[in-house]
Design a binder for this molecule. Sequence first.
Ligand code: ZN
Length: 749
Amino acid sequence: MMQAITINVDIPGSLPVLLSSVEKTSVTSLILTGNIDARDVKYIRDELTNLAVLDMSAVAIKAYNGSDGTTPYIFLYPSDKIPDNSFNNKKSLRQIYLPVNVSSIGDYAFFRCSGLSDSLVIPNSVTSIGDYSFSDCFGLSGHLVIPESITSIGTGAFSHCSNLTGSLVIPETVTSLKNGAFGYCSGFTSIVIPNSIVSISDFTFRGCSGISRVVIPNYVKAIGNYAFAACSGLENLTLLDSVFSIGCSAFESCGKLKSLIIPKSVKTLGQNAFWGCSGLTSISVYSKEPVDLGSSIDVFYDVDKKECTLLVSVGLRSLFEKASQWNTFENVVERDTLYNRSIGQSNDSGYPRALQDSTLKGLLESIKISKWKGGAKTCANFSFDDNYTSHNEIARILDQYNYKGTFFVISMNMLVDSLIAIFSRGHEIGSHTVMHYDLNNANAEEDTFQLSKSKEMIENAIGAECVSFAEPHHIKSSLGTKIAFGYYLFIRNHSEYQSHQVLPMNSELTIKDFMKYVDAGIQKGDMLLFSGHGIDGNGFSPMKKDFFIQTLNYVKSYADSGVIWVATIKEGEQYENLYHEVSFNKEQYGDTIRFNFRNYNKEKYKDLATSPISLEIPFRMCKGIVSLTDSVEIIKTMDRYVVTTDLKRSTGLVLILDGLSNYTDSMTLKSEELLIIHPNPVRDILTLSYLGSLQLVEIYDLEGRLMFRSNNDIFQIKVSHLPKGLYVIKVQTIRNGNVFRYRNNFLKL
Ligand SMILES: [Zn+2]
């Protein structure tokens, strides 16, 4: 039954006594006049359970100091501000008329008011819109008019308002547009970014799949991480000559983007910046030299390097053809020249087959993937839950050991500055739901909200993907786990392949029990999961700081000798997955082995910085190991070499196992100076000088493929037909009856 009531509140805080207990539950439409404060707003939110229409247009909001306002931990409520959490999660609300003189809208004021269904009218007295104030109001429809009084729009303020339509015009008065402000507003068809914005924050327009065209005005210096990621409808992007940096994944999965101009002002491009922009047919680069992509992985992954032409300035083609990642484009064309290169397909059939040596087969079979990174017997993770103030101190203690931990936060209570500090020092920030909600098989919709929203809120806070989750109270549910794996790659103690036991790091724990748990874990090769809340009186059942240090020292005694690998949840769980998912095959060419890792799911792990995998090679196989693949770490343990490579950088690995097989067993490799090759870099003819008479010369590419082989005593080799790149040349000579083997590298232009 509809009931409309008009009430004039003379004394702020008195609304509760102006409504009868029957009216409290029956009122569906309320018009307020007079003066109210945060107590009245709390009353409306919590007690008027069926309220659908609230007209506050003629009411004044007065200041309030006290503990009965809308947020338990806030005691100061200024006047003319819609208080923080005013109508948080009030689903009955369908229509709202804001006070015409209100100057700001508080954090979470209309958070999750999914029942709001009309267009939103923001009075032109408002100057600031708080964090998540209208987040998840996916019923709001029509145009969103942002009045020219507004200067700042908070983090996630309108995220998931997917029914807002038309053009989003952000007025020039706005100078602060925080992370994720319009994330997943998929209904907007275009956006206008004003000249007042100098940096587009992380995640600002992520998932705005309805926009087809974006012009970045030439005041913008930086485009943040994921700023336009998953704008799957974006066809037309204009970057003007002011942008200095483009963040990680900034335009990831913009599959409809056809052409791209990278102005000469651009100096940095982040990891995955244009990942999945598979529709690109041309990229025009105006810089004077190729932007260095050496430390940004997969900037153009999944861009079709055959179909997409790379256009560069006159005279720069050869520079681009040599530069990291730029060199993967098959058609590099200098602008203003009509010269079109025709590039032949490289053909594998010309290469000789791998040498087969049956005597070596058994030995080679003993090369295997380590169960844990670097050949460790187990992996250990320190995690701390619930976001306590002592976490910063805990992170600092971990820093002293150079260990990285994982901090699982309740996203509604995030201590954002502290979290950013912890994250920036390399620790992981994981999710622990929005409000410490137990996933309990009861409510898929609520589980989904708690899991997806906390991820979004953490990502907005730290400017990076959040990939790990931990269940509050360690309560598991099959439904919750299933939904969680839709949003997170990793769940603490819920590995895809095996479960591990968690050790609570609380005030009850003794060092004896801690040591017992560690020793048993090492025996079984089980991941060690230390899960605490806080130290020195802060947090739920906190440990003493001294005790925490004792435990760290015990772990260190194993970690220093390589028995324990201390890692974050994402590092440890990813490695465990890779161990189960990845396999390899190998080809042998003399003492050179080329490994090809298979089943590495690049897509799945794209948001991680590295995907390490370790191989164990027993000492008896060789006298030493040299890697021809970049960024490979080789360590010696008691009885084996452990070679760790990063699948993110390359799924191939080429190792020279010195002294392998009967290829030669008399001599180790000699220093490179004894084989002199020139010129280097070389275009056509390589000239060799060496001591003795030449028995064998071989040239390999960095994939380990044999490209040239000769038994003749030659000193010049024609290399003009080789594709450009780095090569290894190996020479075997004989002198005074002794065999010598040399190796050197050269660059083919
Ligand atoms: Zn917890």
